[in-house]
Design a protein around this ligand. Sequence first.
Ligand code: GLN
Length: 312
Amino acid sequence: ELVQEQLEDLRSTCTAGGRMLLPGEEVVSYYPPEMARRAEEFGLAGTNVDGTRWEVGDCHVRFPLHSISKVFTYGLALEDNGLDETLRRVGVEPSGDPFNSISFDDVHHRPFNPMINAGALVAVNLIKGATREERVERLLERNRAYTGNPDLAVDEQVLAEQLVSNDRNLGLSYLMRSLGMLHGDIDDNLYVYLAACSITVTTPELSMMAATLANGGVNPQTGVRALAREHLRTVVSVTSMCGMYDAAGEWAHDVGIPAKSGVSGGIMGILPSYFGLGVYSPGLDRHGNSVRGVAVCRELSARFGLHMFADP
Ligand code: GLN
């Protein structure tokens, strides 16, 4: 109850007590226009590795994973191909660039990391399956294991909207194929990537996904393994270095929790061996990270001493 009180307090601190956008917030154009009205939504949830859960705010709202899906896609790519082959195709270096930047590691002839779009498109390229539907289904199954929700699905409307405003990812894909970094059918690959981006979750489900990673890859509620143990270290370390794009350094300094954000306003925070954090609030800063999400994580980290490198 003390925790609940603290959380309510955090919520009002980080949402300016109410329902307006903070300075610097904007709802990114990926959304259909009606999303502007949802800019004030805010959800915060945590799941401990023992399965205990706490939540505050709009925790029933579903939102698309967008870039947070890159973490789980990368995990499956590693399982499908092994570490060596995956590393050959996509690196583990933070690029310091925005998520949609057109930049490559020219020395190794691959995208810098799987958390920016270029690298995620290659990770999707590594997902096995005879058809695009089969590849989506395999990704969905994994995402279901992380959340523990067997009904997890792709939001077809979100997918359709993304498919028609996709020039940059399309351009990036053609460029990468011409450079030999991406193979096969580009439309199929983009479809699978955008379908993964369009999987919708609630904030508590997002916290469960994070808790599964915090719990060594095993969902703490269902006991089902979602990620092979041998790849956990790779997935979490790459997430922690690259998950917040060109704000990753500032995040590491101020918050100190491995985390991944998406343009729907979600942030997933992983505290290895302790708990998983889910935050959702659609107002974004110029990096494409949730303004209130970042604010509440800063505050949480400070109040509860969660920074990885803070004085114990
Ligand atoms: N679906 C978005 C894209 O491909 C995901 C980007 C994000 O969440 N940063 O551009």
